[in-house]
Write a protein that binds this ligand. Structure first.
Ligand SMILES: NC(=O)c1ccc[n+]([C@@H]2O[C@H](COP(=O)([O-])OP(=O)(O)OC[C@H]3O[C@@H](n4cnc5c(N)ncnc54)[C@H](O)[C@@H]3O)[C@@H](O)[C@H]2O)c1
Length: 244
């Protein structure tokens, strides 16, 4: 049987590292795409030759094209794409500079859009059910917590793309889902003041932030054969915080 190949964006970040480790443990070969080439190289030393480091600025469409060509030549195909790269800019409405709004959409949404454009044609020729997992956010759905509107909008756009592609490619056996986590302990917590962070964690029903490995386990489930029959869904992971 052919190796299954996954591309994980934001691979060097908190969630990305956990997703890479989990998919490698599941037996996939994994290409890690990230701005931070030094961290990717360090991961390659730890993970061995089933991990392919791909330094790239995902906000640059030509660099996205080149990264997927590199995956083609190194791995010979693509079965799984995890769009995980992202950040949260914290200026608040109405005082959001135009450049920050552009960057927010570019990092969180355009990058995922361009990666899907590169990935889907490559997946069409692969066997079995191919998977796209978009890492969205609870911020697109919960208006009680701190998230600024340009961050929410970038993730809402991503979830709309999830549904479009799920419908468009259902008969081609490409399953597309979003995972929308709440507070997960990663370096991204650094964008918050201690006060905002403490309040947000106190709102989590289990009294603690979620861990990146817990999100990676859900990515693993969707990527596994058990996930074949789910497409077009947004899975909210938040310990039940927002159930009304
Ligand atoms: N941590 C949370 O509580 C939380 C909650 C909901 C959603 N999310 C989402 O999870 C995803 C992962 O976030 P994280 O918490 O691991 O953050 P993180 O900051 O640890 O990791 C983000 C990674 O994305 C990379 N990246 C950023 N811009 C890039 C670009 N232009 N090109 C290539 N790589 C780029 C960074 O270098 C970094 O390694 C993000 O999409 C984030 O919005 C996080």
């Amino acid at each position: 049987m052919q190796d299954r190949i996954a591309a994980v964006t934001g691979a060097a970040g908190g969630m990305g590292r956990a997703i890479v480790a989990r998919l490698l443990a599941d037996g996939l070969r994994v290409a890690g795409l990230d701005l931070d080439g030094a961290k990717l190289d360090a991961m390659a030393k730890e993970q061995g030759d089933r991990f392919l480091p791909c330094p790239v600025d995902l906000t640059k469409p030509d660099q996205v094209t080149q990264a997927f060509e590199r995956i083609d030549s190194a791995c010979g195909g693509l079965d799984v794409l995890v769009n995980n790269a992202g950040t949260c800019f914290m200026s608040d409405f109405p005082d959001i500079p135009a450049e920050e709004f552009d960057s927010q959409m570019q990092v969180n949404f355009y990058s995922a859009f361009h990666c899907c454009q590169a990935a889907v044609p490559r997946m069409l020729h692969r066997e079995g059910v191919k998977k796209i997992v978009n890492i969205s956010s609870n911020g697109a759905y919960n208006f009680d917590v701190f998230d600024p509107p340009h961050y929410r909008a970038s993730k809402a756009a991503m979830d709309n793309l999830t549904k479009d592609l799920a419908r468009r490619y259902a008969r081609h056996k490409i399953a597309v889902n979003s995972i929308a986590p709440a507070m997960t302990e990663t370096p991204l917590f650094g964008v918050l003041t201690q006060e905002v962070l403490d309040r947000a964690i106190a709102q989590m029903p289990h009294g603690r932030a979620m861990q990146p490995e817990e999100i990676a386990a859900w990515v693993s489930f969707l990527v596994s054969p058990a996930g074949d029959i789910s497409s077009g869904n947004v899975l909210i992971l938040n310990q039940g915080r927002d159930v009304r």
